[in-house]
Design a protein around this ligand. Structure first.
Ligand SMILES: *Cc1c(COP(=O)(O)O)cnc(C)c1O
Length: 458
C-alpha cells in the first residue's frame, strides 16, 4: 500500500527529462554520451523511487543532482586509480600485485608511444618473431636454454600441459593438486588441457617412489606445483625436484615445475624462508619451469616459461600460444625487469625488493614520523607479509602506526580511503594499522595528510 504522502513524494521525484534539462546534468551530458548519461539518471531516479516505496524520504532536487554527478564521477574516471598500500602485504592481489620499476614503466610507455620492432627483423627488413629476442634474455637470466613469456602463469601452465601432455597422463602429488586462488585449480586446468591427472601419494606425504610406480607408457610428464598459499606442517614429506628429475630420467619423461611466484633472488638474505629460485629449478633439471611476472619477479603480469630448447619450441608452436600471447606493453616491461636482474640492479631498482629489504631503522623512523606529523596513534612492532602466493605464512618484522579506535576503526578506515590518494589500511582488533613497508617514501606526505583528516574533529 502506498500512503498519500508516499504518492505525493513519488509525484515530486523529478523526471529524467527534467533532470537532463538541469544545467549541471546538461553539462555532463555534453561531456559524455547523452545515451549513457540518460541511463545513469534513470538508474538514480529508480533508486530514489524504491527508497520512497520502502518508506524512506525522497531526497530533494539538489541532492538528486549531486547523486547523479557523484555516480558519474565514480563510474567514468581514472581506473585503476592510484591508491597507497599501507597494509604491509607486499604482493597484494587486490591492489594490483607488484608495482613496477621506473625502467619497466618507461619501457612500456615507449613501446606503445610509436611503432616498434616488435615483430620486425632489423637486419633482413623482414618479419621477425616476438619470441626470439625475449627467449635469449630469459635464458641469460635463468640459466635455461630458452624461454617464452605468455599472458600470465595460469596460461603458462595451461599452455605447457596442452602442448606436452594432451591425451596423455601427468603425474601430480596429492599434496599439490591445489587451488591457487581466483578459482585456478590444478585438477581443472589439467582437464582443460586434455591431460589426465594421475594423483600419487597422500595429502601430507609423497615419495619419489610413488611417482616411479605411476610412470608408464602413457605418461607425458611429472608436474610439480608450488603449494603457494598454504603450508603443511608436521608429518610431511615431498621429494626434492632433483629426485623427481631422477625418476623422470629413468622413465624418459620431462619434469614440469610450476613455481608459482618463483624468485630470482634468494629470499633467505632478508631473513625469510627459502622460496625456491628459478635458477635452482633449472640447475636441478626441470625440463620446463613456469613462474609469474608480477609476483616476486616484480614486473608486469606475465607467465614466464624457461627450460629445454626443444620443448620451448614445441610449446611456442601450439595454437594456444597465440591465444595467450603477451601484449607489447607488458613485453617491454618484462624485458626491462629481467634486465635489472641481469645487471644485478634488481634489489635497488625493483620496488618489491626495496620493500622486502627495507631496514628496521628506516621503517621505525617512518612510522614515528607518521605518528608525530599525523598527531594520532602509537608506534608498535608488527609483521608485514610478502603475499602473492609466495612464502606462505612467512612474515617480516616491521613498525606499525596503530590507531586505537575500537568501534570507530571501520569509519577511520573509510575516511583514510576517502583521502585524495586513498590509503588502504588494515584493521586488527579495533586498531587501524598502517605499515610503512609497502608505502613508497614519496607517499609519506599523503599518508600523513590522510591520517590528519581521518583523525580530525568528527
Ligand atoms: C599464482 C600462481 C599461479 C597463477 O599465476 P598468475 O600469474 O597469477 O596467472 C599458478 N601456479 C601457482 C603455483 C601460483 O602460485
Amino acid at each position: 500500500m502506498t500512503s498519500n504522502s508516499q504518492k505525493e513524494q513519488l509525484r515530486d521525484i523529478p523526471s529524467v527529462d527534467a533532470l537532463l534539462r538541469d544545467a549541471r546534468v546538461g553539462a555532463l551530458a555534453g561531456e559524455r554520451s547523452l545515451v549513457a548519461v540518460t541511463e545513469l539518471v534513470r538508474e538514480i531516479t529508480d533508486t530514489v523511487r524504491k527508497t520512497v516505496l520502502a518508506g524512506g524520504e525522497a531526497p530533494g532536487l539538489d541532492e538528486i543532482i549531486e547523486l547523479v554527478l557523484q555516480r558519474a564521477a565514480s563510474t567514468w574516471g581514472n581506473w585503476p586509480a592510484r591508491v597507497i598500500n599501507a597494509t604491509g602485504v607486499v604482493l597484494h592481489t587486490n591492489l594490483g600485485r607488484a608495482p613496477m620499476s621506473e625502467a619497466a614503466i618507461k619501457a612500456a610507455g615507449a613501446a606503445v608511444a610509436g611503432y616498434s620492432n616488435l615483430e620486425f627483423d632489423m637486419e633482413s627488413g623482414r618479419r621477425g618473431s616476438r619470441n626470439s629476442y625475449l627467449s635469449k634474455v630469459i635464458a641469460d637470466v635463468t640459466g635455461a636454454e630458452a624461454g617464452l613469456a605468455v599472458n600470465n602463469n595460469a596460461s603458462a601452465v595451461l599452455l605447457v600441459l596442452s602442448a606436452i601432455a594432451e591425451g596423455k597422463e601427468v603425474i601430480v602429488s596429492r599434496g599439490e593438486a591445489v587451488e591457487i586462488g581466483g578459482g585456478f585449480r590444478i585438477p581443472d586446468v589439467m582437464r582443460r588441457s586434455g591431460a589426465t591427472l594421475v594423483e600419487v601419494g597422500t595429502t601430507n606425504r609423497t615419495y619419489a617412489r610413488d611417482y616411479a610406480s605411476a610412470a608408464g607408457p602413457d605418461t607425458a610428464a611429472i608436474l610439480k606445483v608450488h603449494p603457494s598459499n598454504f603450508s603443511v606442517q608436521g608429518f610431511t614429506h615431498d621429494p626434492d625436484l632433483s629426485e623427481l628429475v631422477a625418476v623422470g630420467k629413468e622413465h624418459n619423461i620431462p619434469v614440469l615445475n610450476d613455481l608459482g611466484s618463483g624468485t630470482l633472488i634468494d629470499t633467505r638474505r632478508f631473513g625469510l624462508e627459502r622460496e625456491p629460485t628459478v635458477q635452482d629449478s633449472v640447475t636441478d633439471g626441470a625440463a620446463l619451469t613456469m613462474f609469474s611476472g608480477d609476483k616476486l619477479l616484480g614486473g608486469p603480469q606475465a607467465g614466464v616459461i624457461c627450460g629445454d630448447k626443444a620443448l620451448i619450441e614445441q610449446v611456442s608452436k601450439h595454437p594456444l600460444a597465440r591465444a595467450v600471447r603477451m601484449d607489447k606493453m607488458a613485453l617491454a616491461a618484462l624485458n626491462a625487469t629481467l634486465l635489472a636482474y641481469l645487471n644485478e640492479d634488481a634489489e635497488s631498482e625493483i620496488p618489491i625488493w626495496r620493500m622486502i629489504s627495507a631496514s628496521q631503522d628506516d621503517l621505525l623512523a617512518r612510522a614515528k614520523s607518521w605518528q608525530r606529523d599525523g598527531g594520532i596513534g602509537s608506534v608498535v612492532p608488527g609483521r608485514s607479509t610478502v603475499g602473492g602466493g609466495s612464502l606462505p605464512g612467512e612474515t617480516l618484522p616491521t613498525s606499525l602506526l596503530s590507531i586505537e579506535a575500537g568501534e570507530d576503526a571501520d569509519s577511520i578506515a573509510v575516511s583514510l580511503r576517502a583521502a585524495k590518494t586513498p590509503v588502504i589500511a588494515r584493521i586488527h582488533e579495533g586498531n587501524v594499522l598502517l605499515d610503512p613497508r609497502t608505502v613508497f617514501p614519496e607517499e609519506d606526505e599523503s599518508v600523513i595528510e590522510a591520517i590528519r583528516e581521518a583523525a580530525g574533529p568528527s
